[in-house]
Write a protein of this length. Sequence first.
Length: 472
Amino acid sequence: MGLRRSGAPAIMTAPTLNARATRGLHVITWGCQMNVYDSARMGDVLRPLGYSPVDAPDQADMIILNTCHIRDRAAEKVFSELGRLRLVKESRKEAGHSTIIAVAGCVAQAEGEEILARAPYVDIVLGPQTYHRLPEMVARAARAGGRVIETEFPAEQKFDFLPESEAPQTPGNLTAFLTIQEGCDKFCSFCVVPYTRGAESSRPVASVLAEARRMVASGVREISLLGQNVNAYHGEGPDGTPWGLARLAYALADIPGLMRIRYTTSHPRDMDAALIAAHRDLPQLMPFLHLPVQSGSDRILRAMNRGHTADEYRDLVRRLREARPDLALSSDFIVGHPGESDEDFEATMALVRDTEFALAYSFTYSPRPGTPAAGAGMQVPEDVKNSRLQALQQLLRQQQDAFNQTLVGQTVPVLFTGTGRKPGQIVGRSPWLQPVHVLGQPALIGQEIMVRITERLTNSLGGIVEEEKEYA
Ligand code: SAM
Ligand code: SF4
């Protein structure tokens, strides 16, 4: 069952680990989609030890808190959640049950020693690159007094050691995440990722395609490829040469039954001509691209170490829209990076006006210890950051509403993924990621159906089923 490299050591230590039949596993996931994927894979790794998911922490023999370091006060939020989990552990102990508490993800990577020191009830601290070693860590933690910290970047690639996912994500899921690339070598001034997730690395093509085929065989119809820099993907191909994301997308598009392919998060610098051409050629590649720009000021883009100018971004968007005229864009913005003047902020507003985003995430800059911008002078006062953020978000909201409004009256393909909240309602996603509600038969779930959009709601669309579209 394993995907071990030949000659590499096995990760499970003792056969007794398999002995117990059922143990509850409760995973709390914070942060990005990559964490969602990682949490699912931690479940896969622990399944052979008898762990299966439970909804409530007080039913769990093991609780994993999978953390995110991107947001402000990330470590404090982790310690406050751990305080809550400590109470769960204590009351389970009174009832005669032991509980392993593990902290995973990027806060674990960055603050591992601190977590062990401040939270003595935590048994395991593991970074994002070591969760393939979880069974061994559980065995060590189970020994009296054993506490485990694994936050180094191991020489072996974790993907080579993970078991095959038996049921990718949740069984019955029509959409799934698939991590193909991790880490980052770009060192943007504000970002912790290169420090917490390590150097950029890509999974081999064969392993990605095999996992995608398993997902499709289990019923998945839409795959979102994940990576901190997903379009920097350069996995080893079956021929021994590195394949870029475009070539991988063409190969994925050949998998029968895979209707939709998405990928996130892309860096403008890695958006090459081949990938733009893939958007032109592959109907399976959805016409929605998350392409963070962060700022529209060349001065700030330089200070951020982003490696492109605002006009280069505009030109890239033009080429993408030429290749795929219905392409919609989303982005990330940071306002109040050290040194950002009113003029710089205005340049961001100008770029937003020129580009017209369908969706966007925007944040005030918050210093991350150890990153270059955190130690820089010219920090922008909080009230200035907040008023800039408000202005930006108002403009972005207008653009999102305007984009959604353009779909009203159009007929668009919707992949139905489940039932809605109201009786008789089913929900799905448009190619541009908006949730779409219609009144329809549950039998349509799992199919891509043409829907006439009749109304725009705050964060979704309403419509009427027009006709069924056959898929090979
Ligand atoms: N790799 C992606 C890129 O290059 O655009 C971004 C990944 S980052 C994990 C997700 C988003 O978090 C960033 O695009 C940025 O907008 C935001 N972010 C990261 N560090 C931040 C910080 N120190 N303060 C505010 N926002 C931050
Ligand atoms: Fe962080 Fe993205 Fe910059 Fe890498 S490219 S350092 S992940 S913001």
